[in-house]
Design a protein around this ligand. Structure first.
Ligand code: LMR
Length: 330
């Protein structure tokens, strides 16, 4: 009897161990829409490297850059369906899931990236990470790209210069209104289509950080970039809440630690990359970079600022105040 039980136990154990050895690693697909030599592209690759180094055999990460798996019209849906486990859409792409996140799109809200950092790390920013859990979306952190610049085939010095031009915008009502406030014509378009849109004249201009302009070669089809720093392009790294909560505790904890480390690195790298890409654009000689005097920049601020009032109700005055407090170092 004892012998039988022991044999059965040994058998079960060996089966169990064999089972473990053969267990498939957890597969994490990370899909994004930008090139690899950008802040987000580098962040995704570093996440893969650290996850596979520290969780060998337990986790495998596949990174799909440049909209090669899902473009920005589809990636959120794919996350909810479980076809992809990590994405990092720009903060302009959340309006159907969280109205509060629209705060990041308000033009001339943040004075600089340090203020953005304070807001994201503060109570309001952290709360926004968890504002979509009832929709099965968990925010794991914020990644910087940086401040957006206006580009066009016409020199934009004052807001009136933008009148009547067609600008590509991300799928964001705030950004749509921002260009309408200039009496320009916004056109929503996915990121993968922007280069062609500019090349064929479907749109005449756009707003992007230098890293996205350079890595998508937009400077080749834009004669001018106005260094307006008028708005922010940052990301929220998100996952499917059920998937994340269903991970073994040790794996989830390690992945969260890794993501925190990657966030620090991306946010350190982002301004460096944007500066380097600005220089590469200058060196390419295709595009004139227009710098604004403080007075000229003030005109853009005045022209765009009415957008705040339009969205205050949806976003919440408290969030706007928290962002303004972050400018003052609070
Ligand atoms: C855009 O669509 O312009 C950006 O969101 C692309 C990106 O992810 O940086």
């Amino acid at each position: 009897m004892f012998k039988l039980t022991a044999t059965a136990l040994a058998c079960a154990l060996s089966l169990g161990i064999a089972g473990l050895a053969n267990a498939n690693p957890i597969s994490i697909k990370f899909s994004h829409v930008v090139a690899e030599n950008t802040p987000k592209g580098q962040g995704a690759l570093l996440f893969k490297k650290l996850a596979e180094e520290r969780l060998p055999g337990k986790v495998e990460v596949q990174v799909y850059p440049n909209s090669s798996l899902f473009g920005d019209g589809k990636e959120m849906e794919a996350l909810l369906l479980g076809d992809v486990q990590l994405i990092a859409p720009s903060l302009a792409k959340f309006e159907h899931y969280s109205k509060g996140i629209q705060v990041f799109d308000l033009p001339f809200l943040f004075d600089d990236i340090e203020a953005v950092d304070r807001f994201q790390k503060g109570e309001a920013g952290q709360k926004l990470l968890r504002s979509m859990e009832d929709k099965n979306i968990t925010g794991l952190g914020y990644w910087h790209n940086g401040m957006k610049q206006l580009s066009a085939n016409k020199k934009l010095v004052e807001p009136k210069d933008a009148r009547g031009l067609k600008f590509r915008v991300q799928a964001s009502a705030v950004l749509d209104e921002q260009f309408k406030a200039l009496r320009a014509n916004p056109r929503k378009m996915s990121f993968a289509e922007v280069y062609q849109g500019l090349q064929t004249g479907v749109v005449n201009g756009a707003e992007n950080p230098y890293s996205n302009i350079y890595s998508q070669k937009m400077h080749e089809v834009q004669k001018y970039i106005t260094e307006s720093n008028h708005g922010l392009l940052d990301y929220m790294v998100i996952t499917n809440t059920k998937f994340w909560n269903g991970l073994p505790d040790d794996v989830r904890t390690e992945l969260e630690t890794i993501l925190d480390e990657v966030t620090v690195e991306v946010n350190r790298l982002a301004s460096e990359l944007n500066e380097a890409d600005k220089q590469r654009i200058i060196d390419a000689g295709t595009t004139e970079i227009v710098t604004l005097t403080p007075e000229q920049r003030e005109l853009w601020r005045e022209a765009m600022k009415p957008v705040w009032k339009k969205f205050e109700g949806e976003i919440g005055a408290d969030l706007i105040q928290a962002a303004e407090a972050a400018n003052k170092g609070e």
